[in-house]
Write a protein of this length. Structure first.
Length: 128
């Protein structure tokens, strides 16, 4: 079975960087018996965090999806629609064995400048 995914940009394309300047790769996969229909991904850069601007989702994607995360991104927020949950994996191509894996329905990853991402918020899956 072949799965297709659709990426619909809802905000400026500069927040999720192209692969030429990407430092990390993020993969999002559906988990469980009831996979989410879509996932909303919101990112913010170091400059946007200081302004405390209201954020709107950057992309709404179908799963599974792999995307590049640029060096300027400070915060990643992933929200699964419906009752399903997702696994978010951040891979660093410079250190392949060093990855961050988060599982849940509402996941926020953040980092300080020149530091790796860490998990700051996770809402676990709903139980049947």
């Amino acid at each position: 079975m072949t799965r297709a995914f659709l990426i619909v940009p809802l905000a400026t394309a500069g927040l999720i960087a192209s692969s030429s300047s990407a430092a990390l790769t993020m993969r999002i996969e559906a988990l469980g018996f009831v996979p989410p229909a879509t996932v909303e991904i919101t990112t913010s850069s170091f400059a946007a965090e200081h302004k405390k601007a209201k954020t709107t989702p950057d992309s709404v994607v179908a799963l599974p999806v792999t995307m590049a995360i640029g060096d300027s991104i400070q915060r990643i927020h992933v929200v699964a629609s419906g009752f399903g949950s997702v696994r978010v994996t951040l891979l660093d191509p410079q250190a392949p064995g060093d990855s961050l894996v988060s599982v849940g329905r509402n996941i926020t990853l953040a980092r300080k400048q020149n530091e790796p991402f860490r998990r700051v918020w996770t809402v676990q899956p709903l139980l049947p």
